[in-house]
Design a protein around this ligand. Sequence first.
Ligand SMILES: Cc1cc2nc3c(=O)[nH]c(=O)nc-3n(C[C@H](O)[C@H](O)[C@H](O)COP(=O)(O)O)c2cc1C
Length: 212
Amino acid sequence: MELREALEARASCRKFRAEPVPVEDLREMVRAAGLAPSPGNTQPWRFVAVLGAEAIEPLGRAVRQRLAAALPDPADERAARARARAEWLATFFTEAPAVIAVVHQPRRTAFDDLLEGQRDERAEAFREIDRAQPALQAIGAAIENLLLAATAMRYGACWLTAPLVARAQLEDQLDIREPERLVALVAVGRPVALDAEHRARRPLDEIFTVRY
Ligand SMILES: Cc1cc2nc3c(=O)[nH]c(=O)nc-3n(C[C@H](O)[C@H](O)[C@H](O)COP(=O)(O)O)c2cc1C
């Protein structure tokens, strides 16, 4: 599949066939992720593939437990439906044959080295860069590359942050230790249906302006 075609075809997939995903295919997706741009080419990421129900289910259990404790008891049927939907969006990844945990691996940039120990106004100007979270921006680009590669390889995938309600428990299970941080999961598998419906998008004129 051509890049343009993958771009247009990509949509979040939340229903997968049981078929396992070969590690070689996951490696190819992560290779594509690693081609993303990053601040000073620091590549502040690593990816952990979790394969099979036996390994994935305990992650889902931790998320379900945290959600049960954190979500208020629904007051009526509508609230109960909204709650069930939220739970589904945070836990459907347990039905995927593969889950990729995306880990932020902090790495020093040239700016960090230059600003070591600086606390003055000049340093403050550079802190503005940190406020835009350049490493997380790069990780977002990497995840999109991964999704596009998965789409091009006829896989379905979905980017998830809702499971992070149980971040500490997931990190524990996946041996992710400070200063690393789990920032997302990506569920991957052969989609039940290939043409997932496309979510509506804001009109181009609303999100794009030109200044001369
Ligand atoms: C940062 C981020 C976090 C997301 N977290 C979740 C999630 O936790 N659960 C989920 O089902 N979808 C999640 N999504 C998928 C979005 O719901 C989806 O991308 C959006 O509705 C647009 O639909 P599309 O991906 O099919 O184009 C997330 C997407 C992004 C970019």
